[in-house]
Design a binder for this molecule. Structure first.
Ligand code: ATP
Length: 356
């Protein structure tokens, strides 16, 4: 049996609560399906920084990067800021350190969950570029000023090529389970020079993948379609800040952040975490919806299974997804989905819905 080394970083707020939930589901899967996951727990959190000044370092990330994957809860607290006034996020540093250029954010309207818009069949994958775009200048020299401050948007051909290759291969892989096989670029090439290059590279990669349909919308119109006609989207790909925003609009269509997983991946490393943050407003109350974290753990198994040619691991990922689907259909429902269930009740429901 293949064994996997997993580094677990629970983080802040509801991070540790949803991580515990996902680990309970994974533990049941280990017993039931013969999977073997070895965990190493690391504490990197805004809370640790507040207490000790300790932050994740390059040496930590080199060490963590030797594992097969990282399972990450959520990090950041609104009142804990670095010297430049920004919230701390080990996830942002790991994206840079491992070159995690694409954040895969699948969004699906599960039976039993109501969408706030008139849509029945929302099933899309938003791919947010995560190494450059509007966050390209995070490490730039910063002169503190009360009069002026800037950020920098940079788009490179090399990252676009890798990103769009991922988008087209994801569309091809998804098509095997009935999606149309289509990629849409959201951009702003009418106003931003960097986006002119992004669009040009997209056209080149689309031409090489002509078995997959493609479309382009300006980010503003594309965001409107996200709400008025989300069923038109299959794979949506875009730069960093547009993807940050659009992926949360997409999550809102299918029940919100509590059900929106994500995977930050490069060709060699993967960090799996829910799309939501540390949600300090509900932390410690036992009411966080663990679905997004459990689905992120399933994405981790899917990714590991694909990389290692391990069908058993990929099958466990499918079993978790189908257990989530049944639990959402039958309830109990978490509070963010209009129900009254706490985190543990949702975990119990998912575990009892796991296929035999
Ligand atoms: P970040 O910028 O760090 O991603 P954010 O500003 O998107 O964070 P979140 O921490 O994700 O903010 O929380 C946004 C809202 O969604 C909050 O009201 C929070 O309570 C709610 N929320 C987030 N995750 C969950 C969850 N798993 N279950 C229930 N509610 C959640």
């Amino acid at each position: 049996m293949t064994e996997y080394e997993i580094v677990v970083i629970p983080g802040d707020g509801i991070g540790p609560e949803v991580v515990d939930a996902a680990l309970a589901v994974l533990k049941e899967c280990e017993t039931r399906y013969g999977l073997k996951l070895n965990y190493t727990f690391r504490d990197f959190s805004a809370d640790l920084y507040r207490r000790t000044g300790r932050k994740i370092t390059a040496a930590d990330m080199d060490e963590i990067g030797k594992a097969d994957a990282v399972l990450f809860g959520a990090m950041g607290l609104p009142d804990v800021r670095g010297p430049e006034g920004l919230e701390l996020g080990a996830q942002v540093e790991m994206r840079a350190h491992y070159g995690l250029f694409s954040s895969l954010r699948p969004v699906r309207l599960f039976p039993g969950v109501e969408s706030p818009v008139k849509a029945k069949n929302v099933d899309m994958l938003v791919i947010r570029e995560t190494s450059e775009g509007m966050f390209a200048g995070l490490a730039d020299k910063h002169e503190p000023s009360d009069e002026s401050a800037s950020d920098r948007m940079t788009i490179t051909r090399a990252t676009c090529e890798k990103l769009f290759d991922v988008a087209f291969s994801q569309a091809r892989a998804r098509r095997k389970r009935g999606t149309p096989g289509h990629v849409t670029l959201l951009h702003k090439s009418n106003a931003l020079r960097s986006n002119v290059l992004m669009e040009k590279v997209f056209d080149e990669i689309a031409a090489k993948n002509d078995d997959i349909g493609s479309a382009k919308f300006y980010i503003d119109a594309g965001s409107m379609y996200m709400v008025t006609d989300p069923e038109r989207y299959d794979v949506v790909v875009t730069e960093n800040i547009f993807g940050d925003i659009v992926s949360e609009i997409a999550a809102g269509l299918v029940g919100g952040l509590g059900v929106a997983p994500s995977a930050d991946v490069s060709l060699t490393h993967g960090v799996f975490q829910p799309s939501h943050g540390s949600a300090p407003d509900i932390a410690g109350k036992g009411i966080a919806n663990p679905t997004a974290m459990i689905l992120s753990a399933a994405m981790m198994l899917e990714w590991l299974g694909e990389r290692r040619g391990d069908d058993r691991c990929a099958k466990v990922a499918q079993n978790i997804q189908s257990a989530i689907e049944s639990a959402l259909a039958t309830g109990p429902r978490a509070r963010d989905l209009g129900g009254t269930a706490g985190t543990q009740e949702v975990v119990d429901a998912v575990i009892s819905a796991l296929p035999a």
